[in-house]
Design a protein around this ligand. Structure first.
Ligand code: HEM
Length: 508
Protein backbone atom coordinates (compact mmCIF):
# COMPACT_ATOMS: atom_id res chain seq x y z
CA UNK A 1 0.00 0.00 0.00
CA UNK A 2 2.70 2.44 1.07
CA UNK A 3 4.66 1.60 -2.09
CA UNK A 4 1.57 2.30 -4.23
CA UNK A 5 1.13 5.75 -2.64
CA UNK A 6 4.83 6.53 -3.13
CA UNK A 7 4.74 5.49 -6.79
CA UNK A 8 1.58 7.55 -7.36
CA UNK A 9 3.22 10.60 -5.76
CA UNK A 10 6.38 10.20 -7.86
CA UNK A 11 4.24 9.90 -11.01
CA UNK A 12 2.27 13.08 -10.12
CA UNK A 13 5.49 15.05 -9.49
CA UNK A 14 6.98 13.72 -12.75
CA UNK A 15 3.81 14.64 -14.63
CA UNK A 16 3.87 18.18 -13.18
CA UNK A 17 7.54 18.65 -14.05
CA UNK A 18 7.03 17.36 -17.60
CA UNK A 19 4.09 19.74 -17.98
CA UNK A 20 6.21 22.68 -16.81
CA UNK A 21 9.11 21.63 -19.02
CA UNK A 22 6.77 21.35 -22.04
CA UNK A 23 5.21 24.78 -21.44
CA UNK A 24 8.62 26.39 -20.89
CA UNK A 25 10.51 24.58 -23.68
CA UNK A 26 10.47 27.52 -26.13
CA UNK A 27 10.32 30.29 -23.61
CA UNK A 28 13.29 32.46 -22.54
CA UNK A 29 11.70 32.95 -19.13
CA UNK A 30 10.78 29.85 -17.19
CA UNK A 31 7.69 29.98 -14.97
CA UNK A 32 8.21 27.66 -12.00
CA UNK A 33 5.61 26.56 -9.46
CA UNK A 34 5.74 28.61 -6.22
CA UNK A 35 8.65 30.87 -7.27
CA UNK A 36 7.29 31.93 -10.70
CA UNK A 37 9.86 33.76 -12.85
CA UNK A 38 11.97 34.85 -9.90
CA UNK A 39 14.96 32.51 -10.63
CA UNK A 40 15.34 33.98 -14.14
CA UNK A 41 15.13 37.51 -12.78
CA UNK A 42 17.71 36.78 -10.09
CA UNK A 43 20.12 35.19 -12.60
CA UNK A 44 19.83 38.30 -14.80
CA UNK A 45 19.98 40.89 -12.07
CA UNK A 46 23.43 42.16 -13.11
CA UNK A 47 22.14 43.03 -16.58
CA UNK A 48 18.56 43.73 -15.54
CA UNK A 49 17.89 46.56 -18.03
CA UNK A 50 19.10 44.50 -21.02
CA UNK A 51 17.13 41.50 -19.76
CA UNK A 52 13.90 43.54 -19.52
CA UNK A 53 14.61 44.98 -22.99
CA UNK A 54 14.89 41.46 -24.45
CA UNK A 55 11.66 40.52 -22.72
CA UNK A 56 9.62 43.48 -23.95
CA UNK A 57 11.02 43.06 -27.48
CA UNK A 58 10.11 39.35 -27.54
CA UNK A 59 6.63 40.12 -26.21
CA UNK A 60 5.54 42.87 -28.59
CA UNK A 61 6.48 45.79 -26.31
CA UNK A 62 4.84 44.68 -23.05
CA UNK A 63 5.96 41.92 -20.70
CA UNK A 64 4.19 40.50 -17.63
CA UNK A 65 6.47 39.29 -14.86
CA UNK A 66 5.05 36.59 -12.58
CA UNK A 67 6.59 36.66 -9.12
CA UNK A 68 6.39 34.00 -6.39
CA UNK A 69 2.95 32.93 -5.22
CA UNK A 70 1.38 35.19 -2.59
CA UNK A 71 4.12 37.81 -3.03
CA UNK A 72 3.68 41.36 -4.31
CA UNK A 73 6.40 40.80 -6.94
CA UNK A 74 4.11 40.70 -9.99
CA UNK A 75 4.56 43.56 -12.42
CA UNK A 76 4.22 44.68 -16.03
CA UNK A 77 7.02 46.26 -18.07
CA UNK A 78 6.19 48.26 -21.17
CA UNK A 79 8.18 50.21 -23.75
CA UNK A 80 5.47 50.63 -26.36
CA UNK A 81 4.91 54.32 -27.30
CA UNK A 82 1.11 54.04 -27.53
CA UNK A 83 1.03 52.49 -24.06
CA UNK A 84 3.35 55.20 -22.76
CA UNK A 85 1.08 57.92 -24.12
CA UNK A 86 -1.92 56.17 -22.55
CA UNK A 87 -0.29 55.74 -19.11
CA UNK A 88 1.43 59.14 -18.83
CA UNK A 89 -1.06 61.35 -20.65
CA UNK A 90 -4.43 60.09 -21.88
CA UNK A 91 -5.40 57.96 -18.89
CA UNK A 92 -2.90 59.32 -16.34
CA UNK A 93 -5.59 59.57 -13.63
CA UNK A 94 -5.58 55.76 -13.53
CA UNK A 95 -1.81 55.48 -13.08
CA UNK A 96 -0.34 56.89 -9.91
CA UNK A 97 2.42 55.84 -7.56
CA UNK A 98 0.23 53.57 -5.41
CA UNK A 99 0.16 52.56 -1.75
CA UNK A 100 2.90 49.96 -2.03
CA UNK A 101 5.31 52.46 -3.66
CA UNK A 102 4.58 54.93 -0.86
CA UNK A 103 5.26 52.23 1.76
CA UNK A 104 8.57 51.28 0.15
CA UNK A 105 9.64 54.89 -0.31
CA UNK A 106 8.34 56.07 3.07
CA UNK A 107 11.26 58.50 3.70
CA UNK A 108 9.73 60.70 0.96
CA UNK A 109 6.88 61.37 3.43
CA UNK A 110 4.00 63.48 2.10
CA UNK A 111 6.14 64.76 -0.77
CA UNK A 112 5.41 65.20 -4.46
CA UNK A 113 7.35 62.19 -5.79
CA UNK A 114 5.32 59.53 -3.95
CA UNK A 115 1.94 61.21 -3.48
CA UNK A 116 -1.25 60.66 -5.49
CA UNK A 117 -4.71 62.09 -6.12
CA UNK A 118 -5.70 65.25 -4.19
CA UNK A 119 -2.46 65.38 -2.12
CA UNK A 120 -0.35 65.30 -5.32
CA UNK A 121 -2.65 67.80 -7.09
CA UNK A 122 -2.36 70.34 -4.27
CA UNK A 123 1.45 70.04 -4.08
CA UNK A 124 1.87 70.21 -7.84
CA UNK A 125 -0.41 73.29 -7.98
CA UNK A 126 1.88 75.02 -5.51
CA UNK A 127 5.25 73.83 -6.81
CA UNK A 128 4.79 73.88 -10.59
CA UNK A 129 4.17 77.63 -11.05
CA UNK A 130 6.79 78.37 -8.42
CA UNK A 131 9.57 76.35 -10.06
CA UNK A 132 8.58 77.40 -13.58
CA UNK A 133 7.53 81.05 -13.33
CA UNK A 134 9.04 82.60 -10.23
CA UNK A 135 11.57 85.18 -11.44
CA UNK A 136 13.29 85.59 -8.06
CA UNK A 137 13.80 81.84 -7.78
CA UNK A 138 15.04 81.58 -11.39
CA UNK A 139 17.55 84.37 -10.73
CA UNK A 140 18.75 82.62 -7.56
CA UNK A 141 19.21 79.32 -9.45
CA UNK A 142 21.25 81.14 -12.09
CA UNK A 143 23.40 82.86 -9.50
CA UNK A 144 24.22 79.66 -7.60
CA UNK A 145 24.95 77.78 -10.83
CA UNK A 146 27.48 80.46 -11.81
CA UNK A 147 29.02 80.40 -8.34
CA UNK A 148 29.30 76.62 -8.33
CA UNK A 149 30.96 76.48 -11.75
CA UNK A 150 33.34 79.36 -11.03
CA UNK A 151 34.01 78.68 -7.35
CA UNK A 152 34.05 74.86 -7.25
CA UNK A 153 34.03 73.06 -10.60
CA UNK A 154 36.79 74.98 -12.40
CA UNK A 155 39.14 75.21 -9.38
CA UNK A 156 38.79 71.47 -8.71
CA UNK A 157 39.44 70.63 -12.38
CA UNK A 158 42.46 72.93 -12.42
CA UNK A 159 43.77 71.22 -9.30
CA UNK A 160 43.36 67.79 -10.95
CA UNK A 161 45.19 69.05 -14.07
CA UNK A 162 48.07 70.36 -11.94
CA UNK A 163 48.41 67.06 -10.08
CA UNK A 164 48.21 65.05 -13.33
CA UNK A 165 46.50 62.20 -11.48
CA UNK A 166 43.46 60.24 -12.58
CA UNK A 167 40.08 61.21 -11.17
CA UNK A 168 36.64 59.62 -11.03
CA UNK A 169 34.64 62.11 -13.09
CA UNK A 170 31.35 60.55 -12.02
CA UNK A 171 32.15 61.16 -8.35
CA UNK A 172 33.25 64.72 -9.12
CA UNK A 173 30.02 65.49 -10.99
CA UNK A 174 27.94 63.79 -8.31
CA UNK A 175 29.44 66.13 -5.71
CA UNK A 176 28.64 69.08 -7.96
CA UNK A 177 24.96 68.01 -8.23
CA UNK A 178 24.64 67.37 -4.50
CA UNK A 179 26.08 70.77 -3.49
CA UNK A 180 23.93 72.53 -6.08
CA UNK A 181 20.69 70.80 -5.10
CA UNK A 182 21.33 71.51 -1.39
CA UNK A 183 21.79 75.20 -2.22
CA UNK A 184 18.64 75.15 -4.34
CA UNK A 185 16.43 73.57 -1.68
CA UNK A 186 18.02 74.30 1.72
CA UNK A 187 20.16 77.31 0.91
CA UNK A 188 23.29 75.69 2.34
CA UNK A 189 26.37 74.45 0.51
CA UNK A 190 27.83 71.23 2.00
CA UNK A 191 30.99 71.85 -0.12
CA UNK A 192 31.57 68.23 -1.03
CA UNK A 193 33.12 69.43 -4.30
CA UNK A 194 36.44 70.85 -3.19
CA UNK A 195 40.08 69.95 -3.84
CA UNK A 196 40.21 67.78 -0.70
CA UNK A 197 37.34 65.59 -1.99
CA UNK A 198 36.02 65.32 1.60
CA UNK A 199 34.01 62.32 2.77
CA UNK A 200 30.57 63.68 3.57
CA UNK A 201 28.60 61.75 6.18
CA UNK A 202 25.34 63.30 5.01
CA UNK A 203 25.90 62.50 1.34
CA UNK A 204 26.84 58.92 2.29
CA UNK A 205 23.65 58.76 4.39
CA UNK A 206 21.47 59.92 1.46
CA UNK A 207 23.12 57.24 -0.72
CA UNK A 208 22.72 54.55 1.95
CA UNK A 209 19.01 55.30 2.29
CA UNK A 210 18.56 55.04 -1.49
CA UNK A 211 20.32 51.66 -1.59
CA UNK A 212 18.15 50.31 1.22
CA UNK A 213 14.98 51.52 -0.54
CA UNK A 214 16.08 49.79 -3.73
CA UNK A 215 16.57 46.57 -1.76
CA UNK A 216 12.95 46.82 -0.54
CA UNK A 217 11.85 46.64 -4.19
CA UNK A 218 13.42 43.24 -4.71
CA UNK A 219 12.47 41.30 -1.59
CA UNK A 220 9.00 40.25 -0.44
CA UNK A 221 7.32 42.86 1.74
CA UNK A 222 7.18 40.61 4.81
CA UNK A 223 10.97 40.11 4.68
CA UNK A 224 11.91 43.81 4.78
CA UNK A 225 9.16 44.54 7.29
CA UNK A 226 10.53 41.87 9.61
CA UNK A 227 14.06 43.26 9.15
CA UNK A 228 12.72 46.71 9.95
CA UNK A 229 10.99 45.48 13.06
CA UNK A 230 14.06 43.74 14.48
CA UNK A 231 16.43 46.35 12.98
CA UNK A 232 18.87 44.21 11.04
CA UNK A 233 20.60 44.31 7.62
CA UNK A 234 19.56 46.97 5.10
CA UNK A 235 16.77 48.20 7.39
CA UNK A 236 19.21 48.99 10.17
CA UNK A 237 21.34 50.89 7.65
CA UNK A 238 18.22 52.73 6.47
CA UNK A 239 17.20 53.89 9.97
CA UNK A 240 20.73 55.08 10.75
CA UNK A 241 21.08 56.91 7.41
CA UNK A 242 17.66 58.49 7.71
CA UNK A 243 18.47 59.87 11.14
CA UNK A 244 21.59 61.59 9.74
CA UNK A 245 19.61 62.94 6.78
CA UNK A 246 16.76 64.21 8.96
CA UNK A 247 19.11 65.83 11.49
CA UNK A 248 20.77 67.67 8.60
CA UNK A 249 17.50 68.85 7.03
CA UNK A 250 15.75 69.81 10.26
CA UNK A 251 18.95 71.61 11.29
CA UNK A 252 18.83 73.70 8.09
CA UNK A 253 15.12 74.43 8.57
CA UNK A 254 15.58 75.54 12.15
CA UNK A 255 18.57 77.79 11.45
CA UNK A 256 16.79 79.35 8.47
CA UNK A 257 13.75 80.15 10.62
CA UNK A 258 16.00 81.70 13.29
CA UNK A 259 17.85 83.78 10.69
CA UNK A 260 14.60 85.06 9.20
CA UNK A 261 13.26 85.94 12.63
CA UNK A 262 16.47 87.82 13.41
CA UNK A 263 16.61 89.75 10.15
CA UNK A 264 12.84 90.36 10.09
CA UNK A 265 10.53 89.29 7.31
CA UNK A 266 10.68 92.73 5.73
CA UNK A 267 14.32 92.08 4.70
CA UNK A 268 15.16 91.45 1.04
CA UNK A 269 15.61 87.78 0.23
CA UNK A 270 16.91 88.13 -3.30
CA UNK A 271 20.33 86.80 -2.34
CA UNK A 272 19.04 83.70 -0.62
CA UNK A 273 15.84 82.65 -2.31
CA UNK A 274 16.07 78.87 -1.89
CA UNK A 275 12.99 76.67 -1.71
CA UNK A 276 12.81 76.72 2.11
CA UNK A 277 13.06 80.51 2.31
CA UNK A 278 10.47 80.93 -0.42
CA UNK A 279 7.94 78.90 1.59
CA UNK A 280 8.81 80.66 4.84
CA UNK A 281 8.55 84.23 3.54
CA UNK A 282 5.48 83.80 1.35
CA UNK A 283 2.74 86.26 2.24
CA UNK A 284 -0.07 85.09 4.53
CA UNK A 285 -3.13 83.67 2.84
CA UNK A 286 -1.52 81.59 0.08
CA UNK A 287 -1.13 77.79 -0.01
CA UNK A 288 2.64 78.19 0.08
CA UNK A 289 2.55 80.22 3.25
CA UNK A 290 0.22 77.72 4.94
CA UNK A 291 2.44 74.76 4.00
CA UNK A 292 5.62 76.66 4.92
CA UNK A 293 4.55 76.80 8.56
CA UNK A 294 5.07 73.08 9.00
CA UNK A 295 8.64 71.83 9.51
CA UNK A 296 7.54 68.33 8.51
CA UNK A 297 6.20 69.62 5.18
CA UNK A 298 9.45 71.52 4.51
CA UNK A 299 11.49 68.44 5.41
CA UNK A 300 9.44 66.24 3.04
CA UNK A 301 9.65 68.75 0.19
CA UNK A 302 13.39 69.19 0.65
CA UNK A 303 13.93 65.41 0.78
CA UNK A 304 11.92 64.95 -2.44
CA UNK A 305 13.87 67.64 -4.29
CA UNK A 306 17.28 66.57 -3.01
CA UNK A 307 16.81 62.90 -3.89
CA UNK A 308 15.25 63.75 -7.27
CA UNK A 309 18.07 66.18 -8.07
CA UNK A 310 21.27 64.74 -6.57
CA UNK A 311 21.36 61.74 -8.91
CA UNK A 312 20.36 63.53 -12.05
CA UNK A 313 22.57 65.59 -14.36
CA UNK A 314 25.76 63.89 -13.14
CA UNK A 315 24.45 60.56 -14.45
CA UNK A 316 23.75 61.93 -17.90
CA UNK A 317 26.97 63.95 -18.00
CA UNK A 318 29.03 60.90 -16.99
CA UNK A 319 27.69 58.90 -19.92
CA UNK A 320 27.99 61.97 -22.17
CA UNK A 321 31.73 62.41 -21.41
CA UNK A 322 32.30 58.70 -21.86
CA UNK A 323 30.44 58.63 -25.18
CA UNK A 324 32.24 61.62 -26.63
CA UNK A 325 35.61 60.27 -25.47
CA UNK A 326 34.83 57.08 -27.38
CA UNK A 327 33.38 59.00 -30.39
CA UNK A 328 35.97 61.75 -31.04
CA UNK A 329 34.21 62.98 -34.20
CA UNK A 330 31.24 63.98 -32.01
CA UNK A 331 33.55 65.90 -29.70
CA UNK A 332 35.04 67.71 -32.75
CA UNK A 333 31.57 68.79 -33.87
CA UNK A 334 30.71 70.07 -30.40
CA UNK A 335 33.99 72.02 -30.33
CA UNK A 336 33.19 73.55 -33.74
CA UNK A 337 29.80 74.65 -32.46
CA UNK A 338 31.39 76.11 -29.35
CA UNK A 339 33.99 78.03 -31.36
CA UNK A 340 31.16 79.53 -33.39
CA UNK A 341 29.25 80.59 -30.27
CA UNK A 342 31.89 81.41 -27.66
CA UNK A 343 33.86 84.63 -27.37
CA UNK A 344 37.61 84.29 -27.98
CA UNK A 345 40.49 84.36 -25.47
CA UNK A 346 38.75 83.40 -22.25
CA UNK A 347 41.35 80.87 -21.31
CA UNK A 348 40.64 79.17 -17.95
CA UNK A 349 37.65 81.41 -17.26
CA UNK A 350 34.06 80.47 -16.82
CA UNK A 351 31.69 80.68 -19.77
CA UNK A 352 28.14 81.52 -18.86
CA UNK A 353 25.13 81.78 -21.16
CA UNK A 354 21.51 82.73 -20.61
CA UNK A 355 18.61 80.64 -21.91
CA UNK A 356 18.39 82.33 -25.32
CA UNK A 357 22.12 81.98 -25.96
CA UNK A 358 22.10 78.34 -24.93
CA UNK A 359 19.53 77.64 -27.66
CA UNK A 360 22.31 78.17 -30.20
CA UNK A 361 24.04 74.99 -29.02
CA UNK A 362 21.90 72.70 -31.17
CA UNK A 363 24.49 69.94 -31.67
CA UNK A 364 25.32 69.86 -27.95
CA UNK A 365 21.60 69.58 -27.14
CA UNK A 366 21.34 66.72 -29.66
CA UNK A 367 24.35 64.93 -28.11
CA UNK A 368 22.82 65.24 -24.62
CA UNK A 369 19.46 63.85 -25.83
CA UNK A 370 21.26 61.04 -27.67
CA UNK A 371 23.09 60.19 -24.43
CA UNK A 372 19.79 60.10 -22.53
CA UNK A 373 18.26 57.90 -25.20
CA UNK A 374 20.94 55.22 -24.75
CA UNK A 375 21.59 55.78 -21.03
CA UNK A 376 18.44 57.29 -19.50
CA UNK A 377 19.17 58.72 -16.06
CA UNK A 378 16.04 57.03 -14.69
CA UNK A 379 15.85 53.73 -16.63
CA UNK A 380 12.50 52.62 -15.18
CA UNK A 381 9.55 54.87 -14.31
CA UNK A 382 7.23 53.24 -11.80
CA UNK A 383 3.41 53.54 -11.92
CA UNK A 384 0.55 51.64 -10.27
CA UNK A 385 -2.91 51.21 -11.79
CA UNK A 386 -5.91 52.32 -9.77
CA UNK A 387 -8.55 50.35 -11.67
CA UNK A 388 -8.38 47.54 -14.23
CA UNK A 389 -7.56 48.77 -17.72
CA UNK A 390 -6.71 47.55 -21.21
CA UNK A 391 -3.56 49.04 -22.72
CA UNK A 392 -3.85 50.28 -26.32
CA UNK A 393 -1.63 47.43 -27.56
CA UNK A 394 -4.02 44.91 -25.99
CA UNK A 395 -2.43 44.06 -22.63
CA UNK A 396 -4.86 43.62 -19.70
CA UNK A 397 -3.91 45.40 -16.50
CA UNK A 398 -5.48 44.40 -13.20
CA UNK A 399 -6.31 46.94 -10.50
CA UNK A 400 -3.40 47.88 -8.21
CA UNK A 401 -0.78 46.48 -10.63
CA UNK A 402 2.76 47.83 -10.69
CA UNK A 403 3.89 48.95 -14.13
CA UNK A 404 7.40 49.91 -15.15
CA UNK A 405 7.87 52.12 -18.18
CA UNK A 406 11.29 51.06 -19.44
CA UNK A 407 12.93 54.19 -20.83
CA UNK A 408 16.06 52.12 -21.33
CA UNK A 409 14.23 49.64 -23.62
CA UNK A 410 12.49 52.47 -25.49
CA UNK A 411 15.85 54.06 -26.30
CA UNK A 412 17.11 50.78 -27.74
CA UNK A 413 13.98 49.92 -29.72
CA UNK A 414 14.55 49.28 -33.41
CA UNK A 415 10.89 50.05 -34.06
CA UNK A 416 11.26 53.57 -32.67
CA UNK A 417 14.82 54.47 -33.72
CA UNK A 418 15.55 52.22 -36.68
CA UNK A 419 18.26 49.66 -37.36
CA UNK A 420 21.06 51.88 -36.06
CA UNK A 421 19.32 52.25 -32.67
CA UNK A 422 22.38 51.07 -30.75
CA UNK A 423 24.71 53.62 -32.36
CA UNK A 424 25.54 56.97 -30.77
CA UNK A 425 24.48 59.46 -33.44
CA UNK A 426 23.50 62.98 -32.30
CA UNK A 427 22.67 63.75 -35.97
CA UNK A 428 19.41 61.82 -35.66
CA UNK A 429 18.09 64.68 -33.51
CA UNK A 430 18.79 67.42 -36.04
CA UNK A 431 16.36 68.46 -38.77
CA UNK A 432 17.28 69.38 -42.34
CA UNK A 433 17.18 73.07 -41.41
CA UNK A 434 19.67 72.59 -38.56
CA UNK A 435 17.18 72.75 -35.68
CA UNK A 436 16.21 70.08 -33.16
CA UNK A 437 13.94 67.70 -35.12
CA UNK A 438 10.36 67.08 -34.00
CA UNK A 439 9.77 63.77 -32.22
CA UNK A 440 6.44 62.51 -30.88
CA UNK A 441 6.57 62.98 -27.08
CA UNK A 442 5.73 59.37 -26.31
CA UNK A 443 8.86 58.02 -28.06
CA UNK A 444 11.31 59.80 -25.75
CA UNK A 445 10.29 60.27 -22.12
CA UNK A 446 13.44 60.42 -19.92
CA UNK A 447 11.72 63.10 -17.81
CA UNK A 448 8.29 61.44 -17.93
CA UNK A 449 5.49 63.26 -19.77
CA UNK A 450 2.01 64.67 -19.24
CA UNK A 451 0.82 66.28 -16.00
CA UNK A 452 3.49 64.52 -13.92
CA UNK A 453 6.48 65.49 -16.05
CA UNK A 454 9.70 66.18 -14.09
CA UNK A 455 9.79 69.60 -12.43
CA UNK A 456 13.56 69.91 -12.96
CA UNK A 457 13.65 69.30 -16.74
CA UNK A 458 14.56 72.82 -17.95
CA UNK A 459 16.99 73.33 -15.11
CA UNK A 460 18.71 70.03 -15.95
CA UNK A 461 19.33 70.96 -19.58
CA UNK A 462 20.74 74.30 -18.49
CA UNK A 463 23.04 72.72 -15.90
CA UNK A 464 24.23 70.02 -18.30
CA UNK A 465 24.99 72.51 -21.06
CA UNK A 466 26.81 74.98 -18.82
CA UNK A 467 28.92 72.20 -17.26
CA UNK A 468 29.66 70.51 -20.62
CA UNK A 469 30.65 73.82 -22.25
CA UNK A 470 32.94 74.81 -19.39
CA UNK A 471 34.64 71.43 -19.16
CA UNK A 472 35.12 70.95 -22.92
CA UNK A 473 36.19 74.51 -23.66
CA UNK A 474 39.01 74.38 -21.14
CA UNK A 475 39.95 70.71 -20.83
CA UNK A 476 40.44 67.44 -22.66
CA UNK A 477 38.90 64.44 -20.93
CA UNK A 478 40.87 61.24 -21.58
CA UNK A 479 39.70 57.82 -20.45
CA UNK A 480 42.07 55.84 -18.25
CA UNK A 481 43.19 52.79 -20.23
CA UNK A 482 41.80 49.38 -19.26
CA UNK A 483 39.22 50.94 -16.96
CA UNK A 484 35.99 49.08 -17.60
CA UNK A 485 32.95 51.37 -17.84
CA UNK A 486 29.78 49.34 -17.27
CA UNK A 487 26.26 50.08 -16.09
CA UNK A 488 25.29 49.40 -12.53
CA UNK A 489 21.94 47.90 -11.60
CA UNK A 490 22.35 48.75 -7.92
CA UNK A 491 20.73 52.18 -7.89
CA UNK A 492 17.52 53.82 -9.02
CA UNK A 493 19.54 56.05 -11.39
CA UNK A 494 21.73 54.57 -14.13
CA UNK A 495 25.19 54.99 -12.61
CA UNK A 496 28.34 53.19 -13.73
CA UNK A 497 29.51 50.22 -11.71
CA UNK A 498 33.09 51.41 -11.10
CA UNK A 499 32.94 55.14 -11.85
CA UNK A 500 34.42 56.98 -14.84
CA UNK A 501 38.20 57.14 -14.37
CA UNK A 502 39.74 59.88 -16.51
CA UNK A 503 42.75 62.15 -16.84
CA UNK A 504 42.04 65.82 -17.37
CA UNK A 505 44.43 67.88 -19.51
CA UNK A 506 44.42 71.54 -20.40
CA UNK A 507 42.93 71.92 -23.89
CA UNK A 508 45.55 73.17 -26.35
C1 HEM B 1 18.72 64.43 -15.82
C2 HEM B 1 17.96 64.88 -14.84
C3 HEM B 1 16.59 64.37 -14.45
C4 HEM B 1 15.82 63.39 -15.02
C5 HEM B 1 16.14 62.50 -16.21
C6 HEM B 1 14.59 63.36 -14.28
C7 HEM B 1 13.55 62.48 -14.53
C8 HEM B 1 12.38 62.42 -13.82
C9 HEM B 1 11.35 61.43 -13.99
C10 HEM B 1 11.38 60.27 -14.98
C11 HEM B 1 10.35 61.72 -13.12
C12 HEM B 1 9.07 60.89 -12.89
C13 HEM B 1 7.92 61.39 -13.71
C14 HEM B 1 6.69 60.52 -13.47
O1 HEM B 1 6.37 60.20 -12.32
O2 HEM B 1 6.07 60.12 -14.47
C15 HEM B 1 10.74 62.90 -12.39
C16 HEM B 1 9.97 63.50 -11.43
C17 HEM B 1 10.39 64.56 -10.69
N1 HEM B 1 11.57 65.24 -10.81
FE1 HEM B 1 13.05 64.87 -12.11
N2 HEM B 1 14.61 64.30 -13.30
C18 HEM B 1 15.81 64.96 -13.36
C19 HEM B 1 16.25 65.97 -12.53
C20 HEM B 1 15.50 66.60 -11.59
C21 HEM B 1 15.94 67.73 -10.77
C22 HEM B 1 17.31 68.40 -10.86
C23 HEM B 1 14.92 68.04 -9.95
C24 HEM B 1 14.82 69.11 -8.90
C25 HEM B 1 15.18 70.33 -9.08
C26 HEM B 1 13.82 67.13 -10.26
C27 HEM B 1 12.60 67.16 -9.63
C28 HEM B 1 11.59 66.24 -9.87
C29 HEM B 1 10.35 66.21 -9.10
C30 HEM B 1 9.99 67.12 -7.94
C31 HEM B 1 9.60 65.15 -9.63
C32 HEM B 1 8.21 64.70 -9.17
C33 HEM B 1 7.15 65.26 -10.11
C34 HEM B 1 5.74 64.76 -9.77
O3 HEM B 1 5.60 63.63 -9.33
O4 HEM B 1 4.79 65.54 -9.99
N3 HEM B 1 14.22 66.28 -11.25
N4 HEM B 1 11.98 63.30 -12.83
Amino acid sequence: MAVDILVTLVLIVLYLFLGIWYRNRNSKVKVWPVVGMLPTLVSNVDQIFDFLTDMVTLNGGTFKFQGPWFSSLNFVVTAHPININHILCRNHENYGKGQEFREIFEPFGEGLVTSDSHVWKRLRKVLQPFTKNNKKYAAYLDRILRKMVEGSLIPVLQHVVRLGTEVDLEDLLHRFDYDYICLLTLGCNPKTLSVEFPVSGTLKAFEGVEEALLYRNFVPKMVWRLQKWIQIGEEKKLSKGLKTVDDFMYGCISSRRKELRRSGLEAEFDDQYDLLTAFMVEEEGSDMSELGKSDKFLRDTAYNFITAGMDSTNVNLTWFFWLIATHPWVENKIMEEMKANCPESIDGKMLYFGGEELNKFVYLHAALCETMRLYPTVPLNNKTSVEADVLPNGGHIGPNTRIFISMYSMGRSEEIWGEDCLEFKPERWISKVGKIAYRPTSTFVPFGAGPRVCLGKDLCFKMMKIVAINVLWNYQVELVENHNVVMSSKAIALHTEHGLKVRIKKRQ
